[in-house]
Design a protein around this ligand. Sequence first.
Ligand code: 5GP
Length: 181
Amino acid sequence: MILVVAGPGGVGKGTVVSRLLELDPQLWLSRSWTTRPRRPGEPPDAYVFVDRESFLHHRDADGFLEWTEFPGNGHLYGTPRVEPPEGRDVVLEIELDGARQVRAAYPDAVVVLVVAPSTEEQESRLRARGDDEASVARRVAVGREEEAAGRGLADHVVVNDDVERAARELAGIVTEHRARR
Ligand code: 5GP
């Protein structure tokens, strides 16, 4: 199974997914590549951090399952084609354009859209993460479009009003889809 967790930046997708992985050890998180520089305090393995040239080289070698230029910051992000360990289900935490590509390639993929309970909440999360005001404004604008598009694509929409609750809702969605297979 491929679980795509998509949604605008600053909705707390990452935190919800971390908790989801604790709740369900059968899940395996794919590590993306990005050309964005590492944020202060961000773990070195949050992404495979590469320069644009290496990214494009990998793309040209068909090394990505999906990739995109993220309008929020102009950087490239992609999911490398890697096999998950035996018996594990793959989780992709990506933005909407990528989710669309995954859905096209794998119609069975389960797409969940995570949304913030409010714009104020989303802005304060982006600020807390160290984004400057221009970046916050841009990401909120991009996020609005993403949310609208995502509602059309997603199989489920989860409101991140509380991390634990949202993660449990997601875990329930995973269990339900596994049972159907
Ligand atoms: P950030 O720079 O905040 O870590 O990520 C920016 C956006 O890119 C987020 O919405 C994140 O989910 C998305 N993203 C991260 N990795 C990938 C990826 O491999 N592919 C795509 N399409 N989006 C990604």
